[in-house]
Design a protein around this ligand. Structure first.
Ligand code: HEC
Length: 144
């Protein structure tokens, strides 16, 4: 008897749950659906160069379209403008000519792979190896 009562309330409970789920699903209007789709759409949309529909911020964040100067200002300046943690300073001829003694390829490699206080890629997660080389060239051009 008791078992039957428990069984029947479990069935009723399950029925209520299903009903609730069905109601919730129907309660989402087309407008809400559109809003949800807007919220969950992928963050990075394909943005072709010269496409005026894409914001400048998107181009800068994607890495590929950012200029060496942009990358420097965003990722390297914090340490290389001030010499923080012993970083060679942008514009300091002696700092950089000393480092060039080991050859440009080693300097590139250290910027890409990191060395001591220099984090790999200068912490630019969207940068390619070539981006980093271009930024190193930019720093060197401004430090001679
Ligand atoms: C957190 C601070 C920090 C950031 C950010 C940073 N650097 Fe450095 N960088 C250093 C320090 C410290 C050194 C010196 C490391 C050493 O030789 O001991 C260094 C050294 C270098 C060197 C010289 C490597 C060599 O072989 O002598 C290059 C080139 C360089 N950084 C490029 C960059 C570039 C490009 C960026 C940005 C994409 C960047 N760094 C971002 C701290 C930083």
């Amino acid at each position: 008897m008791v078992i039957n009562m428990v069984k029947s309330s479990v069935v009723k409970l399950a029925g209520l749950l299903l009903l609730g789920m069905a109601l919730t699903a129907n309660a989402v209007s087309d407008k809400q659906k559109a809003e949800i789709e807007e919220r969950i759409k992928p963050v990075g949309e394909v943005c072709l160069e010269g496409d005026s529909g894409c914001g400048a911020a998107v181009a800068a964040a994607s890495g590929g379209a950012a200029s060496p100067e942009d990358i420097y200002n965003t990722n390297c300046m914090a340490c290389h403008a001030t010499g923080a943690a012993g970083a060679p300073k942008m514009g300091d001829v002696a700092d950089w000519s000393d480092r060039m003694g080991k050859g440009i390829d080693q300097v590139y490699a250290n910027a890409i792979g990191g060395i001591n206080g220099m984090p790999a890629m200068g912490l630019c997660m969207t940068c390619s190896d070539d981006d980093i080389k271009a930024v190193v060239d930019y720093i060197l051009e401004n430090s001679q």
